[in-house]
Design a protein around this ligand. Sequence first.
Ligand code: FES
Length: 161
Amino acid sequence: MHFPVPAALEAEIDALIARYPQKRSASVMVLHALQDHFGHLTAEAMEWTARKLDLQPINLLELVTFYPMFRRQPVGRFHLKVCRTLSCALAGSHALHHHLCTKLGLNPEAPGPQTTPDGRFTVEFVECLASCHTAPVLMLNDTLYEKVTPAQADQLLRQSS
Ligand code: FES
């Protein structure tokens, strides 16, 4: 199966693999590099990675389904990840998630990531973001926001428009 990895990206990935005594150890880093470039990880991306690392595609699928930072579907330009683990749940993260979904016309009850039809925003629940003492927290792309109120969430949406 053909998976078009640009030459420069493949060279970057080859350099990553060369840093590890065993090719397999580079799996997570290779997947990150592919996701950074393509936005998400398709079955073709995992098959390509498996060939590169002398693994089976299932070995990559196990990683992609285990680690929440990996995505198998495209996400919006602004990706909101709301923590739903205990401290954040007790501090109102479910109400925050509901608020964001409602504001964006998404279904808060639907499972998994929800993306607006224009592809701008994705909202999803994630597990602990390791900032339990500042609950509720969310991430907007790579930035963590702490003690987030619905009003602050609205501000984030406005800033991201
Ligand atoms: S429970 Fe939300 S950051 Fe840990």
